[in-house]
Design a protein around this ligand. Structure first.
Ligand code: F6R
Ligand code: MG
Ligand code: MG
Length: 379
């Protein structure tokens, strides 16, 4: 068995929140190399999307392994020290805990891990997002694993024809449920259609029982209780054979879906799939973007990566994303560009509401009603 762990954090940006400094990524690579030499990791690849650093690691320690999580945490802490020296922006932004407590979950960084029985050929795609949030993969995962108009393999591919099981988390209540596609898709859509509350954590092939996909569902604002940046997500998806083909896994991203994030993590914007060379969001701190790194696993070694969105086949969706960005930006501070009030509760909203609370008075209609009503009937 081999475990693929993608663990990521924003530990400092350059310039502002737009990208990462090469020295920080090099530091990450050195730490990963040392961990390989001491036998903790089989292999590792360090990359970034915008201001987030992604540690893509393979090992044989299973999911939630303390040593692997400690390695990721220590790497982020060391990266933060360097980020502070370079005075990078928001150094240590996602490290919400003072000290490592055994598992990186709930400490700020996002993680997506899967333990698998490596197939004779094991193509995987690791997705890295920036300026978006956990839950952003709900719609693409649904398309990949439950929509025959996206994935013909669900209809004509025997190993996929039994459908897929979706493990869905309620990120506020910390509960989870598994629902089966295709039979339970109408029930499932009730929940996953609200990605700020319900996020798809894992997907399984129902016939073989194998894990097909895993995504990070860690919510920074729910951990910190206030706005501390968005939880730019990561996801690992297995491809081919019992799973959707590489092209079926990438196809959902030919539409620039509306996701949460963008400027100050408080806006809806189009999710733009980009090549690594374009993974430095600048316009209005965005638009939200996504990189897809493809690997072949070979006894746990990460052969690759291939930069999967570095393909003119995605030029149209990038143009679509820019058009949607132009349109949404015209709304300025109005919904639906700005997030709805409930989602603003972690921003300035509570402070502004508290400051003005004593200036709210009853409306005219309420006053007239109060005067007309016999005493005691209106509070
Ligand atoms: C969004 C993001 C940026 C910042 C914005 C303000 O995820 O990281 O849009 O929220 O640049 O940043 P501060 O408050 O650090 O000045
Ligand atoms: Mg940042
Ligand atoms: Mg980020």
């Amino acid at each position: 068995m081999v475990t693929v762990s993608s663990i990521k954090a924003d530990i400092g940006g350059m310039v502002g929140h737009s990208s990462s400094h090469p020295d920080i990524l090099d530091l990450g690579r050195e730490e990963m190399e040392r961990a390989k030499q001491r036998g903790l990791l089989i292999d590792a690849h360090v990359s970034h999307c915008g201001d987030d650093m992604f540690l893509i690691m393979t090992h044989d320690r299973g999911e939630d392994n303390t040593d692997v999580h400690r390695l990721a945490w220590d790497t982020f802490v060391k990266g933060t020290e360097l980020a502070k020296k370079l005075k990078l922006y928001g150094a240590g932004q996602d490290l919400l805990a003072d000290a490592f407590s055994g598992n990186i979950k709930g400490m700020g960084p996002g993680s997506a891990e899967m333990e698998i029985d490596e197939r004779p050929s094991e193509p995987i795609i690791v997705f890295m997002g920036d300026k978006t949030s956990a839950g952003a993969f709900n719609l693409p995962l649904y398309k990949m694993f439950a929509d025959a108009f996206n994935t013909p393999g669900l209809v004509i591919g025997e190993p996929l024809h039994g459908g897929f099981a979706f493990e869905i988390q309620d990120v506020k209540e910390h509960t989870q449920i598994t629902l089966n596609a295709p039979d339970e898709i109408y029930d499932m859509l009730v929940f996953i259609g609200s990605p700020q509350r319900y996020a798809i954590k894992r997907v399984f092939n129902r016939l073989s029982g194998e894990i097909a996909a895993v995504s990070s569902t860690d919510k920074l604002s729910l951990i910190a209780g206030r706005y501390v940046g968005k939880d730019d997500p990561t996801m690992v998806v297995r491809c081919q054979g019992n799973f959707p083909a590489v092209g079926e896994v990438l196809e959902p991203f030919t539409t620039a879906w509306t996701v949460e994030g963008w400027m100050r993590g408080s806006h809806h914007g189009p999710l733009m799939p980009v090549a690594l060379g374009d993974a430095h969001p600048s316009r209005f701190d965005g638009p939200p973007r996504l990189v897809a790194l493809g690997f072949q696993l070979a006894n746990g070694k990460l052969i690759g990566p291939n930069d999967m969105f570095d393909d003119p086949g995605f030029d149209n969706v990038r143009a679509e994303a820019n058009n949607i960005a132009d349109y949404l930006r015209k709304h300025g501070p109005f919904e639906p560009h700005r997030l709805p009030l409930e989602e603003m509760e972690y921003t300035t909203m509570p402070a502004v509401a508290a400051k003005l609370s004593h200036r709210w008075t009853a409306t005219e209609a309420t006053r007239e009603h109060a005067m007309a009503a016999p005493a005691g009937e209106v509070e």
